[in-house]
Design a protein around this ligand. Structure first.
Ligand SMILES: [Zn+2]
Length: 277
């Protein structure tokens, strides 16, 4: 991988008023980030994946020991994590935070990770407060995982919250059966889309953006494009299923860096560990 490839996704501070938060999204150049796809086996740690993970975590100033992974079950559940969770899932999905699709923390020194290949990776920053990583696929959008994660941030001012959406499949390519599209659009009308070849589709990034707006978050940044259109750059489950590309997962990572004596840890202690049952 070229140094330029790494720098292309390296992140400046996520927002100017909170320079301690770094975020990044990987692409194919960084390598596959999943231990359970690409036929690598489900239990034995793959050294290639570990090196890839270490690479993208370094971009945000973190190490695999700082990382927290989640199980990602296409639901609406949010898990609150603390320093005691550092390293969870780094060596296997069995040890990831179970049964959730969003991680939220108010502590410094944790790198929250979401793995995707078409679903929307959403990173949330409450400046001076909590951060979150969210996995928003079709199931998560219907289950409301994004607004649940916004709630769990506990932001005093929702208007200050920054949401960054990473590369995901667009309405241009996410063809689904009409009954499935209708089911999503009943929950989020903004999901309505038509593929470039004229069939029914779901626009997940548009749906997430609408859900954020309804939750009071209008400061939304898109970082990356359609994973299927750009499957030479990003992993795409659809493209892999069509046989045009290899399977894999990219990562979205967010890290509030350690800053001794100036941490924001604990200011949102009122948030329950699981914000939504
Ligand atoms: Zn597309």
């Amino acid at each position: 991988m070229s140094r330029r490839g790494r720098e292309a996704v390296a992140s400046a501070p996520a927002c100017p008023e909170d320079e301690d938060v770094r975020l990044a999204f990987s692409d194919r150049h960084h390598g596959n980030m999943s231990l359970v796809v690409a036929g690598r086996g489900q239990s034995a740690p793959d050294p290639g994946v570990q090196a890839a993970r270490a690479g993208i975590l370094a971009v945000v100033g973190a190490t695999p020991g700082d990382a927290v992974f989640m199980e990602q079950v296409h639901g609406g559940r949010v898990a609150r994590v603390t320093g005691a969770d550092r390293g969870r899932g780094a060596n296997g999905r069995d040890h990831a935070v179970p049964g959730c699709d969003a991680l939220v923390t108010s502590e410094a020194g944790l790198a929250l990770v979401v793995l995707v290949a078409d679903c929307v990776p959403v990173l949330l920053v409450d400046p001076g407060g909590s951060v979150a990583a969210v996995h928003a696929g079709r199931g998560g959008v219907v289950a409301g995982v994004v607004p649940a994660a916004v709630d769990a941030l506990g932001a005093t001012r929702r208007a200050d919250v920054l949401a960054v959406l990473g590369p995901a499949i667009g309405g241009c390519c996410y063809e689904v059966p009409p009954t499935m599209a209708d089911a999503v659009c009943r929950v989020v009308p903004a999901a309505h889309a038509t593929t470039t070849w004229g069939t029914r589709a779901v626009d997940l990034p548009a749906a997430v953006t609408a859900q954020l707006a309804a939750a009071g978050v209008r400061r939304v940044r898109l970082q990356g494009g359609c994973t299927r259109c750009g499957s030479d750059r990003w992993f795409s489950h659809r493209a892999a299923r069509e046989g045009t590309r290899t399977q894999g997962r990219q990562a979205g990572v967010i890290h509030r860096q350690r800053r001794p004596g100036a941490g924001c840890a604990g200011i949102h202690d009122g948030v329950s560990r699981l914000a939504r049952p």
